[in-house]
Design a protein around this ligand. Structure first.
Ligand code: 3HC
Length: 303
């Protein structure tokens, strides 16, 4: 069958072992997905053993939840959990075919982990980034083999949302691109090719909406009011709930990237939101069982 436009004819590389840099929320979700869909060993690396342990516990817990829902047998869940190895160093990446980073959204940190990973992996292994908004081309600019770098951007919750943005850098080669599309398919995701432009495709659009939701609150609309309106419109999730799911600092980071790239008029960085992110952890709402209320701290900080 003819391949859809944008997917090269090159033969994809096999992916029999995966490395993940980072063990936070996104990294753990990626580890779970790669193990569950590919059934291959996954190594998850973070700077401290306690972070690694936390990430691994999260993955095991997700498999346990699948057992409780009757989606996995006990035996299969133990087997899948056994495919995960946590580590604080890069040595286990030596035989990985595909390594993806999901660390803090800072260019210098991303460049550093890419350089460290490149020193540990085979020259033909693929190096991917799950960045939300940063230039993947820049991230790869100091590497020896930038041709095997690709952006591979997932959406939260990774287990549920079918999209993965595939970001071709100025130097990504055809085999890398073909492998990324093949991998997306094997993970049962919809891979779409996007340009290496700030925040790519989806986050640019989502942020456009979030920026105006924040402006509406500045203008006196309540958080709940805005959320209820857009939920009633049929969005799968209310915007301020979505902000909490994504993580307020990540959302702010994407806003700042877009503001720098396209100007503050088009993408203003909301001052109230900035203050909230600087001052507190958590989201806009406080959960109380099945219901929730706006965090009074957030309301107080909003002027
Ligand atoms: N992990 C695993 N599974 C999850 C999950 C999670 N975190 N959250 C929900 N699910 C599963 C549930 O178990 C359930 O599965 P089941 O029906 O098979 O039992 C299914 O998803 C539906 O969940 P619920 O019935 O609890 O709730 P909803 O139907 O309201 O769906 C939702 C929840 C999937 C989160 C939905 O509200 C949604 O799609 N929200 C929008 C999310 C979104 O837009 N994300 C993108 C954010 S941007 C981003 O991530 C990019 C980054 O760079 C910033």
């Amino acid at each position: 069958a003819k391949k859809p436009a944008g997917i090269p004819e090159a033969e994809p590389k096999p992916v029999n072992k995966v490395g993940i840099i980072g063990a936070g929320l996104m990294a753990s979700q990626l580890a779970q997905l790669f193990i569950y869909r590919l059934g291959v060993p996954v190594v998850m690396k973070d700077v401290k053993q306690e972070l690694v342990d936390k990430g691994c516990a999260h993955v095991r817990n997700e498999f346990r939840k699948m057992v409780e829902k009757g989606r996995l047998s006990d035996g299969k869940a133990s087997y899948l959990s056994g495919l995960l190895k946590g580590t604080p160093d890069y040595a286990d990446f030596a035989d990985c075919d595909f390594v993806i980073e999901a660390v803090f959204e800072q260019m210098e940190i991303k460049k550093q982990v890419f350089a460290e990973a490149e020193a540990a992996i085979r020259p033909d292994a693929i190096l991917a980034s799950n960045t939300s908004s940063l230039s993947v081309t820049r991230m790869a600019s100091d590497l020896k083999h930038p041709e095997r770098v690709i952006g591979f951007h997932f959406f939260n919750p990774v287990a549920v949302l079918p999209l993965v943005e595939i970001i071709k850098t100025q130097k990504s080669d055809e085999v890398t691109l073909a492998t990324a599309f093949d991998l997306a398919k094997k993970l049962r995701k919809t891979g779409i090719l996007v340009k290496d432009s700030p925040a790519f495709l989806v986050n640019r659009i989502l942020t456009r909406m979030l920026v105006d939701c924040l402006a509406l609150v500045d203008e006196g609309a309540g958080f709940r009011h805005v959320d209820d309106a857009l939920l009633a419109l049929g969005l799968p999730m209310a915007p301020f709930e979505l902000l909490s799911l994504v993580g307020l600092p990540v959302a702010l980071h994407v806003m700042e990237t877009l503001s720098r790239a396209f100007g503050a008029e088009r993408f203003p960085v909301n001052e109230n939101f900035k203050r909230v992110v600087a001052a507190k952890k958590g989201g806009i709402y406080i959960r109380e069982g099945k219901s929730s209320r706006v965090d009074p701290e957030v309301e107080q900080m909003w002027v």
